[in-house]
Design a protein around this ligand. Structure first.
Ligand SMILES: [Zn+2]
Length: 320
């Protein structure tokens, strides 16, 4: 589990806001109730005093403690019952002044018994999906929606899909980097998205971006105003995330800067044990022609090459 720092901060803030809202919303209802039934205020003060009584009883020693506590509990219950009756008598619901939490499992704290609550997990995942760069692809492209219909070499693609399903199952530090090679319309993007979706749902920080956009982000960092302290380095997320998916490698404008940048990304991530999935329409010969040996030796030496073979699915699906 490693959500990006920014997302964790956002979610922490979201939960602080939720709690603050629950508190102010309850206070607003409490004011209404006190106005309608001023005797409630006195009753609430009495209920609050009982917790002091419990403390006092505990300090007197263990002798007869449970009986004392039981007696105090009964007293509290009687006071609460009285409170409910007063609320109902002035036409309000007996739960009118209760705290109204979004999540009753954790009372909007985000944690239950030291464990992350399901509501916090959902919020983290939602934001991670939004930040992944996958956008609307996530709506349609999953392992479940992947169709083998258009493939002529069905066995090969089935093998590849099971390999990827196992890959996400066992994903962790030092998972292998993958290079998806094959023409357009052969499902490279679909399967990259499917991998990303499963990993994000498992709590990993996955970033998906085209090669061109990655390099232009690094370019913006390079020409940033060095005196602007509020500037957030755009390139960092490509170096820090658990899995980086680079789409369309080779379609970017190849310059000496983009090549240096790609080398830096590959080198930094592999040294940190953080995998990359890169997809390209180029043949291995074309890759060797475009990129420096330093890059191709890492791509062909340390990435597991996954070939997508077949005819363009988009063309085929139009024929049918
Ligand atoms: Zn919760």
């Amino acid at each position: 589990m490693s959500y990006s720092k920014k997302i964790v901060q956002e979610v922490n803030l979201e939960f602080e806001n939720r709690l603050a809202f629950v508190e102010s919303d309850r206070n607003r209802r409490l004011d209404i109730a006190y106005e309608k039934a001023p005797e409630l205020l006195k009753l609430d003060t009495e209920i609050q005093k009982t917790s002091v009584k419990i403390l006092g009883a505990a300090m007197q020693g263990k002798d007869g403690l449970s009986e004392k506590i039981n007696a105090i509990r009964q007293e509290v219950n009687a006071l609460k019952e009285k409170r409910e009756k007063i609320l109902e008598a002035c036409g309000l619901d007996k739960h009118f002044t209760d705290y109204k939490y979004v999540c009753e499992l954790c009372n909007d704290h985000g944690f239950v018994n030291g464990q992350v609550c399901i509501c916090r997990k959902k919020e983290l995942t939602k934001r991670q999906l939004d930040a992944s760069g996958l956008g609307r692809l996530l709506d349609t492209q999953s392992f479940e929606s992947f169709s083998f219909d258009y493939y002529t070499e069905k066995e090969e693609i089935k093998e590849l899909v099971s390999y990827l399903e196992e890959y996400v199952e066992e994903f962790g530090n030092n998972s292998k980097s993958l290079l998806f090679v094959g023409g357009t319309g052969l499902g490279k993007t679909h399967l990259s998205t499917a991998v990303a979706r499963v990993l994000i749902e498992k709590g990993h920080n996955v970033v998906y971006e085209t090669a061109q956009n990655i390099f232009s982000d690094f370019e913006k960092d390079r020409f940033r105003d060095h005196y602007d302290t509020s500037y957030e380095m755009l390139g960092d997320r490509y170096l820090d995330c658990d899995l980086l998916i680079i789409d369309d490698l080779g379609t970017e404008m190849v310059t000496s800067y983009s090549v240096a940048c790609l080398y830096n990304i590959i080198n930094t991530r592999l040294n940190r044990g953080l995998p990359i999935i890169a997809s390209t329409n180029l043949s291995s010969g074309e890759i060797r022609k475009i990129y420096h040996d330093r890059i191709t030796s890492r791509l062909f030496g340390e990435f597991s090459i996954q070939k997508f073979v077949g005819s363009d699915m988009r063309k085929l699906s139009k024929k049918i």
